[in-house]
Design a protein around this ligand. Structure first.
Ligand SMILES: Cc1cc2nc3c(=O)[nH]c(=O)nc-3n(C[C@H](O)[C@H](O)[C@H](O)COP(=O)(O)OP(=O)(O)OC[C@H]3O[C@@H](n4cnc5c(N)ncnc54)[C@H](O)[C@@H]3O)c2cc1C
Ligand code: SF4
Length: 413
């Protein structure tokens, strides 16, 4: 740890790892063993964590209980993506000394770029509320592991399913990290696009990303909406997920081959309650899957204290609420991965047998060709811009040469 750092690459719209100390990084060392990008033994790790006796499925992983739930604090609900449960649970853990702080993410502004997420440790409700709302873009909460190691103490690790998976792989190598992170919490996850999408959303409304002083993807109700505010006082709002339609930036490749839509390796996994019963309610609701005994005890205690409103939710309803994401990640994955393998794409490796779903190779091929076509169009657009640029450069050089020769002529006179 410490031999690599994440560097913001605006041209690619994400942070990429950069080697700080080449002597420590061999290309086959421990830093690569804990990267979930190559896939992982998700079922084996889940069994190690939660035992063999629990109900399990490819869609939801191993779990003890599932609930529809929401925070009972109106201030937490106002800023939340859905029911504010991630913030409420983190607050309960900090308040009761079960952890010292939580790893979360907020937006940063004014660095000469559009809004970019920054990971930080939240020690109080105020800190937690500053990071509320889903960041549908790359984040780097795993960078906080080092800071937590240096500080010591106990932390709630909160992140995407793959970030939790990276932590689980690290704990396998360094068991002492398990003491540092006694509890983990993941979002349900349908994947995301890079920061170019974020800038695209802002530009679509005729605004300059650099001028933005506040941005949120979600908030203010279920499903709530996106909000942009600029330094010059302009404000735009658009409902979720309407503002994401027709975005030309593709989903990250790794997300396309991800099978973990519901945070299989986290004690608490939280998502939206996309079910009519909850969508039609005045109050926004989330879903919580509790995998460990500790997680079940915490949810029950929060409900008893009136900090969470909960209703038990059947397994089938959780799956139904996530239908499109789980269809893509579980049911369509086998044929999709086969097809991409045939065209030479390296696939993440999983230790589970994916079902040969009812999708067709033809259908998946059409999707793949559509994506390739899109990439070609983007390249062509860039080339066109470049050739326009080259023409401009040529014109500029001709004018310069002309003016030079005129000046020489002048001097000769
Ligand atoms: C990339 C992504 C994809 C998602 N896909 C789905 C989906 O397909 N289906 C579904 O039902 N739900 C999905 N969710 C979860 C959903 O958007 C809500 O986050 C969830 O319902 C919890 O809402 P809440 O009101 O309890 O959270 P809040 O009270 O708003 O708290 C959210 C917490 O998560 C942290 N956070 C937000 N984004 C990130 C991030 N990218 N990385 C690390 N930490 C972060 C925040 O800092 C905050 O602490 C996704 C979330 C993300 C970030
Ligand atoms: S879809 Fe999978 S790989 Fe992509 S961010 Fe979510 S958990 Fe990570």
């Amino acid at each position: 740890m410490g031999s690599m750092r994440m560097v913001l690459r605006e041209d690619l719209g994400m942070r990429l790892p950069e080697i700080v100390d080449p002597k420590q990084v061999t290309g086959c060392g421990s830093e690569f063993d804990v990267c979930p990008g190559a896939g992982l033994s998700i079922d084996e790790i889940s069994r190690e964590l939660y035992g063999d006796g629990l109900r399990t499925s490819l869609e939801l992983g191993r779990y003890r209980a599932s609930y529809a739930a929401h925070s009972t604090d109106p201030a937490v609900l106002a800023q939340a993506s859905s029911g504010g449960v991630m913030t409420a649970v983190a607050q309960f853990l900090i308040q009761n000394g079960l952890v010292d702080a939580a790893t979360i993410v907020r937006f940063e502004y004014g660095n000469g770029t559009g809004p970019r997420p920054i990971e930080y440790l939240a020690w109080s409700l105020k800190d937690l509320m500053a990071g509320q709302g889903s960041k549908y873009c790359p984040t780097s909460v795993n960078l906080l592991v080092r800071e937590c190691m240096e500080r010591g103490g106990k932390y709630l690790f909160c992140g995407t399913p793959c970030q939790v998976a990276a932590l689980r792989l690290a704990i396998r190598k360094h068991p002492e990290l398990g003491v540092l992170f006694p509890l983990t919490m993941a979002h349900f996850c349908g994947g995301f696009r890079d920061y170019r999408q974020l800038d695209w959303i802002i530009r679509k409304h005729g605004l300059d990303p650099v001028d933005v002083e506040y941005f949120r993807f979600r908030g203010n109700g279920q499903p709530g909406g996106m909000c942009i505010r600029t330094q010059s006082g302009k404000m735009v709002e658009e409902p979720y997920p309407q503002y994401l339609r027709d975005c030309p930036v593709p989903k990250l490749k790794r997300c396309t081959f991800c099978i973990d839509g519901t945070g299989h390796l986290a004690d608490f996994a939280c998502g939206d309650a996309w079910l009519p019963r909850y969508m039609n309610d005045d109050c926004p609701w989330s879903i919580i899957i509790a995998r460990s005994e500790a997680a079940v005890g915490i949810i029950d205690e929060m409900a008893r204290l009136g900090q969470l409103a909960i209703e038990p939710l059947a397994f089938e309803d959780v799956v139904r609420s996530q239908k499109s994401n789980l269809t893509s990640k579980v049911k369509r994955q086998y044929k999709r991965m086969k097809l991409y393998s045939l065209v030479g794409t390296t696939m993440p490796k999983w230790d589970v047998e994916l079902p040969c779903g009812s999708n067709t190779y033809g259908g998946e091929l059409a999707v793949l060709l559509g994506k390739r076509l899109y990439r070609c169009q983007t390249l062509m657009r860039i080339r066109r811009r470049l050739s326009r640029y080259r023409t401009l450069v040529l014109m500029k050089r001709t004018l310069e040469a002309l003016s030079r020769s005129l000046i020489r002529g002048d001097k000769a006179l």
